[in-house]
Design a binder for this molecule. Structure first.
Ligand SMILES: Nc1ncnc2c1ncn2[C@@H]1O[C@H](COP(=O)(O)OP(=O)(O)OP(=O)(O)O)[C@@H](O)[C@H]1O
Ligand SMILES: [Mg+2]
Length: 265
């Protein structure tokens, strides 16, 4: 009899201990998740700010070399103000994405999103032998967080450029809509993606732009650009995909819903 009571008491005690341990593990898990969120937000912000600062540095250096060109100096200052304002918007919006919050979406003109992405890059593509072709209907609109979709486009355009260095090629950006989606397509005639890499390109930290594998003339990569693009597109309820032929080029397609989820059939 005593032994049964003792056994029950000991079981109760073990249960209480395990419940306490469970609570401690849950709290540790929450703290670790918060740290992971902070890490991924920091990485995304650093990556995007770098995308904005790199072209500005080159552009400003050009103005320093040509002190008498006041028009150039004015252009550099305009771009600096613009990209700095953008950097601040990006920080707010990236923190929200990393925290899993939905930023306020706006009805945006797709052509303006594409134009803004090109403007922020401050690059003369022709100097790299790259012909830019865009075909985006003026009246095409989409519900989105504009600064985020512009950053996605910037990343795709930068990758396309890297893929076409040093030989040059054609960068094509088009957009079209059906009843439910808008589709933005960014394609290039660059080196393409090897079939064994195709499934990896959206994985965080996957990059071929390092060491001896780095394509001549291209920027070195951290491999977070496309992972970031996928995260943003997912947060918009959309999809991003790629097709590619090695040696011929790559095509990235972003599909975004035209209407918010509660208004879809
Ligand atoms: N347009 C493209 N043509 C060929 N390869 C591409 C293209 N876009 C992406 N890739 C491949 O996918 C990889 C991952 O791209 P991602 O943008 O995530 O990283 P990254 O460009 O290497 O570095 P970063 O973090 O600076 O963007 C690239 O390293 C490259 O191998
Ligand atoms: Mg990239």
């Amino acid at each position: 009899m005593t032994s049964i009571i003792e056994k029950r008491l000991s079981l109760h005690q073990r249960l209480a201990e395990q419940e306490e341990e469970n609570r401690a593990l849950k709290s540790q898990n929450t703290q670790l998740q918060a740290l992971a969120t902070l890490g991924s937000a920091t990485c995304m912000i650093a990556h995007e700010i770098n995308n904005l600062l790199t072209p500005l540095t080159t552009y400003a250096a050009l103005a320093v070399q040509n002190p008498n060109d006041l028009e150039l100096a004015k252009k550099v200052l305009d771009k600096t103000v613009r990209n700095c304002q953008r950097a601040s918007k990006i920080m707010q919006s990236m923190l929200a994405v990393a925290n899993g919050q939905n930023h306020q979406k706006q009805d945006a003109c797709v052509r303006s999103l594409v134009e803004e992405a090109f403007t922020c890059l401050c690059r003369d593509f022709a100097k790299d032998g790259i012909t830019v072709q865009t075909n985006v209907p003026e009246d095409l609109r989409v519900l989105c967080v504009p600064v985020q979709i512009e950053q996605v486009l910037m990343n795709l355009i930068l990758n396309a450029r890297d893929a076409m260095l040093p030989g040059g090629g054609i960068l094509n950006v088009t957009a079209a809509a059906d009843d439910e989606h808008i589709r933005i397509v960014v394609s290039d005639t660059g080196r393409g993606i090897e079939p064994e890499h195709l499934a990896n390109v959206f994985r965080p930290f996957f990059t071929t732009k390092t060491g001896k594998d780095r394509p001549a003339g291209s920027n070195s990569g951290s491999g977070v650009g496309l992972a970031f693009c996928r995260r943003i597109v997912d947060a918009h309820g959309g999809e991003i995909g790629v097709t590619s032929k090695p040696g011929k080029g790559s095509t990235f397609t972003i599909q975004l819903p035209l209407k918010p989820p509660h208004e879809r059939p």
